[in-house]
Design a protein around this ligand. Sequence first.
Ligand code: S3P
Length: 184
Amino acid sequence: MNNVNPLNEPNTISAEYGIVFLIGYMGCGKSTKAKQLAHRLDCPVIDLDAEIVAKTGKTIAEYFQEFGESAFRNYESEMLKTFPYPKSCVVATGGGLPCFFDNMDWMNEKGETVYLQMAPAALVSRLHNRQKRPLIKDLNDEELLTFIKLKLAERDPFYTRANLIVDAFDLDGEKLEEALKTKN
Ligand code: S3P
């Protein structure tokens, strides 16, 4: 490789990838990796769940409790499609978002979709704070593992329609940027 970057710092001249949507199951690290990648690409980061919280004044758990999952899915789809994205940005999406309505088609049409793939056992070990995640808040580790396996079987047909699938275990912004670069 001739592009040596010993300090592991963002490139001074960043490539343009348009809107990069990070998708994947809860706990795979979408928010953290979105921040790292945006830093490297020197572009804004948008977290759609955080935008929903900011706009509604409710946490995701409160929203689910008050209005139910179906209302939440409508709201998140509307947020996805109406957000005023800058030309280049990295977007962290909620884990269920790609699996409802035509959200996956919409994202594939508007930008690059990247599936941060992670095995169920690794996801369980990363999902310590479950209270803020209404779908899994009452599950112990064993129940969570069963739940994730079932959910991933349902969701993988949507997730795997991403333009790029990367192994999210041990991933960082640099590896993610490299994967994007190699794909293009
Ligand atoms: C959900 C994932 C959550 C949030 C909501 C539902 C899901 O986002 O949108 O609790 O259905 O997988 P994160 O993936 O950011 O935790």
